[in-house]
Design a protein around this ligand. Sequence first.
Ligand SMILES: Cc1ncc(COP(=O)(O)O)c(C=O)c1O
Length: 499
Amino acid sequence: LKLLPQIQHGGKVPLPEQIATHFERAIEARLLRSGDRLPTIRAVASRCRVTRSAVQKAYQRLAARGLVESTVGRGTTVKGQAAATSGVTLHRGVFAGRAEATFHHAQSMAQIAQLPPGTRLVVSFARLAPGEDLFPVRAFSASLERVLREHGGQLLDYGESGGQPRLRALLAQRNAQARETDGEILVTNGAQQGLDLVLRAFTEPGDSVAVAVPTYHHLFGLLKLHGLQPVVVAHGAGSPRAGFDAGEWERALALPGVRLLYVMPTFHNPTGNTLSAAERAQLMEIVQRTEVPVLEDEFERELRFAGEPLPSLRSLDRRGLTVTVASFSKGLFPGVRIGWLQGASDVIQRIAAMKRFCDLESSPLLQVALADFIEGGQLDRHLEAVRAELKARHEAARAALRRAMPEGTTWTEPDGGYVFWVELPAPLEADVVAAAAARAGVLVTPGRLFDPLPKSQRGLRLSLSSSSVAQIGAGIDVLGACARELLRSGRSTTQPLFL
Ligand SMILES: Cc1ncc(COP(=O)(O)O)c(C=O)c1O
């Protein structure tokens, strides 16, 4: 359904032509490939509010152009395109449906927020990973050398499958300082593996996971991989800026097949929103009436530069069914691939058993080097510097947005983390503005990367993780100039190709 066309009702182009052109472009862009099924005529008609005969005519045109074929029982499928670029004829049937779906999803995602060939990058607001210039390379390399000298071969052997006790004890201690005492810890390969394992623990293929969209885009890939459906929870007042809508969560939880809630309570990716203490309590009150577990993604909690820390959802769950996932990727660096899960011991033990069969364990050497780095006070010193830098970057961004963006633009102002959300005034479309900025060397991420539903999008995610204060001002000036120019020239909207 994500490939439904956006129809311009009452436009100059006849409806069958609009529909045919949409699918033709999707086939050209290889978003639809040989063997893929087009949505049913009935689905297109009802979701796009057009007659079935208009869709039928469009499909007949595509068939006449040799792009699709209709077979009784199989519907309309794409034909005439080589199944593989390598020259080897792939037999699609050998791949599991989930592998194919994940592959296509990855390919279509890769096209979003790209610099056009030959364009020089001026600033990237698209990348969400701390810049190399912030990495404490020397201090970490000293830790690595020290632990190797002290423990030698022991760290090059297999270690403890649940994580090295030295690191787990430190993580427990740090969480206790943040008054997050309960729960056992399992070290994972980044938060991403934590998400994967929690999905494995609580869902079966065909189940649904409730998520507030827009949300972390790599969650959608994981859902595809596990054969899961997202149940979309809308934000209050229809805008991601508005944040939390208790009624929407209640509605989602009442749906059959919802087996898990995915929530990012702090510095949400991509909006930067944080749930207030009252909203957290309200959400957990609703969840408490069900047996649906909660996956709480706290990937950036340590990056707060203003305001007070808030209670975790896990601490508010009297059922013991919330698992928190966290990581060193954003506060420190992602290359060690170390994150962790925290939750009730019977939950963590089950997840630990699965992790053991997936990858045996995470690297003992890197875990112990990280423990040494933390014990020496290096992590806290580093986090302090990162928070101060982040505060300055957000201030620079806000000043530049006020100065550069067209009237009617709004944005979130988070108290921490790298990302915030910009909403453009109508008729500007996020895709069009992002494409214009990319041509000028400035990368921003259009909101559709974070939302599986086909609709017009005005939202952009900006990440401040890899640009300096000066670059931020310059980049937002370019973005603002592109938006203003599009408004002036009247080229502010197009018909999105897909999603
Ligand atoms: C919301 C969210 N969760 C999890 C992750 C995965 O992080 P890690 O590098 O720890 O696997 C990311 C990475 O960007 C993220 O944005």
